[in-house]
Each structure stands twice: as C-alpha cells, then as structure tokens.
Design a binder for this molecule. Structure first.
Ligand SMILES: Cc1cc2nc3c(=O)[nH]c(=O)nc-3n(C[C@H](O)[C@H](O)[C@H](O)COP(=O)(O)OP(=O)(O)OC[C@H]3O[C@@H](n4cnc5c(N)ncnc54)[C@H](O)[C@@H]3O)c2cc1C
Ligand code: FES
Length: 238
C-alpha cells in the first residue's frame, strides 16, 4: 500500500519514531512487522521494521539509522509517501500472563518488545544497550525496568543476562541481537521462551528463503512467515 508519512520525531540521536497512514483494516498482533520500500528506490530491497504501535488509521515504527536504507527512510519528510507491506509475520496468539513474564530487549529490539506491552506498562523488564544511548527512548516509553548498560554510565553495569536472576518468572519474551537471544536461552533453564527474531531478510513474504533459522531437530523456520516470534529454546544460534 502507499502510505504517507504523517509524523517523524527524533527521539534520540539516530533513532526516529515514524508514523505512517494506513488504509488496510487487518488486525495487528504483537511481534508483527512491516516492510518499507522507499519511494526513491535508491535501495531496492524492502527494509523490515517491527510494528511499534498502531491504531485503525496509523502505524508507527522506531527506526535506528544504520545504513543506506534506514538513512533514506529517516530522511523522509511529513507528506512524502512510501510503499509499505503491513502487517507481515505470523500472528502471535499465545496468551501472555504479564505477572509471570520477563521481557528482555537489547538496543533497537525495544521496538519489537513494545508491541507486546502496549496494553500495560506494569511489567518485569530488562533493557540493555552499550553506552546508555537508548536512555531517551526508555524515558519516552515511560517503562520501569532494569536498564543495563555495558559501559555502566549512570545505569546498572553489565549485560541483560546478568540481571535475569533478579526476577521470578516462567515465560520470557526477548528481542535483540542474536548473541543476546542465545545468552538468554543459556540462563533460563528451559522456561518458556519466545524469541522475536530480527534476522536479515530480503523479500519478507516467504519467497526467497533468505531468513531461515535452524531448529534443534535440523528443521528450518522462515523468520518472515513462521516468525518473527519463534521458540527461543529450539533455535540453533550459530
Ligand atoms: C523482523 C525484523 C524487524 C526489525 N525491526 C526493526 C525496528 O523496529 N527498528 C529498526 O531500526 N530496525 C529493525 N530491524 C532491522 C532493520 O530492518 C535493519 O536495520 C535495516 O534493514 C538495515 O537497513 P540499512 O539499509 O539501513 O542498512 P544496510 O546498509 O543494509 O546494513 C547496514 C549494516 O547493518 C547490518 N544489518 C542489516 N540488517 C540487519 C539486521 N536485521 N540485523 C542486524 N544487522 C543488520 C548489515 O549487515 C550492515 O552491517 C528489523 C529487522 C527485522 C528482520
Ligand atoms: S525474507 Fe524471503 S523468505 Fe523470508
């Protein structure tokens, strides 16, 4: 669909909340994502982003500028349009008991987690980054959480996995870099684990096999159509 950029806010250096118009009426489930093809077509591949928040006529994404595609997208001005496929990914329909679930986000993985916690901010959560660069994003979201920073600057020093022992939980939902997802698996002793994967992908709709992850029984899952929420205990994190 062609979507118009309605609003762009730079929440922190290189991190933008971008809100687009939406005309489809599909239900959007936690963990689902959309893909944006910038109208300049400078970068031919679509770029996937977690659906950060949505309403009947708007959809927002939190974009971290890291390369050509995200630079072109974050340079858009309100009123410009882009081609957006939304929603993508398998609807996640498991019941989450917020009182028994630990949410873990690493860096821009906070965008994937936000879609699970839209209904309540009363959650158990650990957020981690390298140098406190997401401080303004966490303030913007108004979430009470353990904020772990590898540099320790004004935060708890360490990695997200160092703080898991402080919580009583039976389910984990985590989104972040692959090494973080692996570290979580190693520390939760087989508790129920939903990993929101952000594997590099191309088509986003199940056609190219570019986003396969391996399970422990040597079968494969496509992040774009079987996920992005997958069984974190079964993924083989190479
Ligand atoms: C399901 C899903 C949800 C995502 N949600 C978000 C989101 O909400 N917000 C957000 O900012 N980003 C998100 N991403 C990542 C985002 O799509 C990439 O950052 C983006 O595609 C990079 O495009 P680029 O052209 O700017 O960078 P490129 O020039 O393509 O790449 C720049 C560098 O980043 C690396 N890179 C590219 N894509 C990824 C990736 N997926 N994971 C790790 N490294 C990567 C490249 O290898 C390269 O080193 C998501 C990815 C997926 C698959
Ligand atoms: S990105 Fe093409 S199959 Fe998943």
């Amino acid at each position: 669909m062609s979507a118009t950029l309605l609003d762009k806010k730079e929440i922190s250096e290189n991190i933008f909340l971008m809100t687009f118009s939406r005309s489809d009426k599909s239900l959007i489930y936690p963990g689902q994502f959309l893909s944006i093809l910038h109208s300049s077509k400078e970068k031919i591949l679509r770029r996937p982003f977690s659906i950060f928040s949505c309403s009947e006529d708007k959809v927002s994404v939190l974009v971290k500028r890291i390369g050509g595609g995200t630079t072109a997208i974050t340079q858009m001005q309100a009123g410009e349009s882009a081609d957006i496929l939304c929603p993508l990914g398998k609807p996640f329909e498991e019941k989450i008991d917020f009182t028994r679930t630990l949410f873990i986000a690493g860096g821009i993985g906070i965008a994937g987690i936000n879609s699970f916690i839209r209904e309540t901010k009363q959650i158990k959560m650990i957020f981690g980054d390298r140098e406190g660069e997401f401080g303004k994003v966490i303030d913007f979201l108004g979430i009470e959480c353990i904020y772990a920073s590898e540099s320790g600057l004004n935060k708890r020093k360490g990695r997200v996995t160092d703080f898991i022992g402080e919580f009583d939980f039976d389910t984990v939902v985590a989104c972040g870099p692959k090494q973080m997802l692996r570290g979580v698996k190693e520390r939760i002793n087989g508790k129920r684990y939903f990993a929101v994967c952000e594997e590099i992908m191309a088509c986003g709709v199940g056609l190219c096999n570019g986003c396969m992850v391996k399970y422990d029984d040597n079968t494969f899952r496509k992040v774009c159509t079987d996920g992005p929420v997958l069984d974190g205990n079964r993924i083989v994190y190479d």
